[in-house]
Design a protein around this ligand. Structure first.
Ligand code: GLY
Length: 323
């Protein structure tokens, strides 16, 4: 092992919300999540930096129509898709993102481009103008399933709070919350986080998601966190930044997750989060019924799919810290 080499860590999520439709639904989501882990983790072993790995993970999750981000995004109340994504490089403590961007395949790529721009968060028309400048080809991220879901909801006059957490053949009958996220510690000890979403689904035009705010995606040299769930709740808890700042001030990742989720539970919040600290601890937490997350801790792949009601937070502590 080289001096200064750190065991890379990776955790990803595909949303949080109400329970999936049975074991078949869970198996399909697990397969999708594991395919991403199996492509991204080897990049980290080969020395890829945290930001590059986060971007690749987000691209893959955005391209999977099962998840509510990129292709397969939910439709807003007017039947249009508007997506939000952000990228935070913990090493530089630099945040960039797009809010309500339309007509593109991978919103995380715009967030990546903006990392080196003076203006680092662009909304709707600004994002569209940037796409034109960069000559990014027009792309329609809609899928048949999401369109059917919207039609069904329109018949009921949009009485659901949110669209399905993942696109399922039998359309979900209960509210869910979808987003994708990737958090990485690379072999040089750098952290990064990325989050991308189609939003809540059926929302008013102009509604702003947490996914392109430090509330939903935050990283520095101490920790990195990506959130999923009801954006309004995540914003009100300022969840990602809250956990990261607690760790920066000396709290362990485990205690920071526990404390933040206990507080959230007492305020009836509905969301989940994943995170990694600079020591290589991996953590996840949820107040929703399910959190669709999977991770690689250097030894094994694991996931949170079997953890229905009950678990608030859990931490995978590194076997040994490598300096
Ligand atoms: N967390 C995704 C959203 O509420 O937009």
């Amino acid at each position: 092992m080289q001096m200064g080499w750190v065991q890379p860590k990776l955790i990803i999520h595909g949303g949080a919300g109400s329970a999936l439709k049975g074991q078949k639904g869970a198996d399909a989501v697990r397969r999708s999540l594991y395919a991403v882990i199996e492509e991204v983790y080897p990049l980290l072993q080969q020395g890829a930096d945290a930001k590059t790995a986060v971007i690749r993970g987000c691209q893959l999750l955005e391209d999977d129509p099962r998840f509510n981000a990129g292709t397969g995004s939910v439709l807003q109340s007017d039947g249009q898709i508007r997506m939000s994504a952000s990228l935070m490089d913990g090493d530089r403590q630099r945040f960039s993102g797009v809010i309500n961007a339309a007509r593109l395949k991978n919103p995380i790529e715009l967030a990546d481009f903006l990392q080196n721009s003076d203006d680092r968060v662009l909304s709707d028309i600004g994002a569209l103008e940037l796409l034109r400048e960069l000559q990014v080809p027009y792309y329609d991220p809609s899928t048949k399933l999401r369109l059917q879901e919207w039609m069904l909801e329109r018949e009921g006059n949009f009485d659901k709070a949110m669209a399905g957490v993942v696109a399922e053949q039998e359309l979900v009958s209960e509210a869910g919350r979808g987003t994708i996220g990737v958090v990485v510690l690379d072999s040089a000890g750098r952290l990064a986080a990325g989050t991308s979403t189609g939003g809540k689904g059926f929302e008013r035009i102009g509604r702003v998601s947490d996914s392109a705010m430090p509330a939903g995606n935050y990283a520095n040299r101490y920790a990195a966190v990506s959130c999923t769930g009801i954006g309004e709740h995540i914003i009100e808890e300022c969840l990602a930044a809250r956990i990261v700042i607690r760790v920066s001030d000396g709290m362990s990742l485990s205690t920071a997750f526990d404390k933040s989720f206990q507080e959230a539970q007492s305020r009836d919040r509905d969301f989940g989060a994943i995170g990694i600290d600079a020591n290589g601890s991996i953590a996840w937490g949820k107040t929703s019924q399910v959190l669709l997350a999977a991770y690689h801790d250097g030894e094994k792949i694991g996931d949170t799919l079997g953890m229905d009601l009950g678990c608030l937070t859990q931490v995978d502590i590194p076997a040994a810290k490598v300096n």
